[in-house]
Design a protein around this ligand. Structure first.
Ligand code: TYD
Length: 208
């Protein structure tokens, strides 16, 4: 990935399905907007042509390709996301919050045997987030939360899969991977306080 050379800051919120990342990402977006900063909230898979196909596969409306080809599709979707949405925003000085990005491909891919080296190659040309926040909740907690949503469970939303993926998120959590991890078992409010702290650090305490 390429370090962000643009004026806008680029933040990614990551975590298992049901970890609370969408809630936290939306709250972070509203928080930054409330501070008067230009900001957009975006997510992967996108609503572009590849992203839409991915969504159909996740809902089991279309047969799934193997793990390797599936994660390659996510990476293709990301290239378009980066080119069409993320770079234009960052260039114009708008900050970007994305729900999921390259760390999702690393964790969901490696959990099913996709080599890290290949994922790195597929993602070589996209912009690296300035901050990646991983919300670390257990697979059990995530499944309980997903169960309350009243939607049918998607492709990866099974205990054994989520447990495998969670192990990879923990491996990716930490400053040596340029990510910061928050305990997702805490309350929504407590997690958000930590999200705000990390955002403040990134914006050099100008949000206080
Ligand atoms: P989505 O419904 O957007 O996520 P969530 O349920 O967390 O709101 O579905 C995205 C699914 O795709 C999720 O199970 C993670 C998976 N995924 C990958 O396997 N690789 C990737 O690169 C990305 C971005 C997502």
């Amino acid at each position: 990935m390429i370090p962000n050379p643009y004026k806008g800051k680029f933040i990614c919120v990551e975590g298992l399905d049901g970890s609370g990342k969408a809630t936290q990402g939306k709250r972070l977006f509203e928080f930054l907007k409330g501070k008067g900063l230009p900001v957009i909230l975006t997510s992967e898979p996108t609503s572009g042509p590849i992203g839409s196909r991915i969504r159909r596969i996740l809902k089991k409306e279309e047969p799934a390709p193997g793990a390797y080809d599936f994660q390659k599709m996510f990476s293709e979707d990301r290239k378009r996301h980066c080119k069409k949405i993320i770079i234009p925003a960052l260039k114009s000085g708008t900050n970007v919050v994305t729900l999921r990005y390259e760390v999702s491909t690393q964790c969901y891919g490696q959990a099913f045997g996709v080599p890290e080296k290949h994922i790195n190659i597929w993602n070589a040309s996209v912009i690296k987030p300035d901050l990646t926040i991983i919300i670390d909740a257990s697979a059990q907690t995530c499944l309980e939360r997903l169960g309350k949503r009243n939607q049918s469970l998607e492709y990866f939303e099974k205990l054994d899969s989520l447990e495998k993926i969670a192990r990879h998120y923990r491996r990716y959590g930490g400053e040596n991977h340029g990510t910061r991890m928050i305990d997702g078992e805490l309350s929504e409010e407590e997690v958000f306080e930590k999200v705000v702290l990390l955002a403040n650090e990134l914006f050099r305490w100008s949000l206080l």
